[in-house]
Design a protein around this ligand. Structure first.
Ligand SMILES: C[S@@+](CC[C@H](N)C(=O)[O-])C[C@H]1O[C@@H](n2cnc3c(N)ncnc32)[C@H](O)[C@@H]1O
Length: 199
């Protein structure tokens, strides 16, 4: 995000991160990318950790540009925070390492269908997804599901190429990532899709 490409992507944008966890992705959008506002979200039990992360980083960013909130994928629309996210009209929605199992792929597509409803002729919200491609051939599983859900997927860049990632990936602990590419994909809704709520 601190690269010219990253800044072009995030500068002055209002971004929603889902499943923030340690929140590295969302924080990078503000600190490196110059996003004007990032909502870090996760399941309710994790929100106090998000708050601590925001407090620890205060001083490194301006004003109130990092905020936290509960948003749970897989809950009913009233309990989940999805209606709030849809009405808040974010410029971009960020998922980092969320689509790691079949269930999480289903929850992600369901959540996107609720938060970014298909409106004819409208292509407003960008969706950025970082994931490790664990499939053997053909389109990675998360992308097959997202295409079915009515999203156009464009492969933007291999995060492995960035110097900051080399430092991380060269560590012994990450030996298992040696042959794995880490891609950033950009998605836009192009149709109503065939994926429905799973509950
Ligand atoms: C593999 S971690 C990724 C965390 C972070 N985005 C990162 O890249 O380090 C998965 C995250 O998804 C969150 N998560 C799991 N189930 C979820 C759900 N149903 N709704 C929202 N977040 C969920 C977890 O709490 C966790 O923070």
């Amino acid at each position: 995000m601190g690269t010219p490409d990253g800044r072009r992507l995030a500068m002055k944008k209002k971004i929603l991160e889902i499943g923030s966890g340690c929140a590295a992705g969302g924080i990078a959008c503000v600190l490196g990318g110059g996003a004007s506002l990032v909502y870090l979200t996760d399941i309710p039990d994790a929100v106090s950790l998000l708050e601590q992360t925001i407090t620890l980083n205060r001083g490194a960013y301006e004003g109130n540009s990092l905020r936290s909130r509960a948003l749970t994928m897989g809950k009913s629309i009233d309990e989940s925070g999805h209606a709030w996210a849809r009405d808040a009209e974010f410029d971009a929605i960020l998922f980092c390492d969320i689509m790691y199992s079949d269930m999480m792929v289903k929850l992600t597509t369901e959540t996107l269908n609720r938060i970014v409803p298909y409106v004819e002729g409208e292509k407003k919200t960008e969706i950025w997804i970082c994931f490790v491609d664990r499939s053997c051939d053909g389109d990675p599983v998360p992308l097959q599901a997202l295409k079915e859900a009515g999203f156009d997927c464009v492969r933007k860049r291999n995060l492995r190429e960035y110097p900051c990632m080399k430092g991380i990936l060269n560590q012994d602990e990450y030996y298992y990532l040696e042959d794995v590419d880490i891609w950033l994909w950009e998605l836009q809704r192009t149709g109503p899709g065939r994926v429905r709520d799973i509950r």
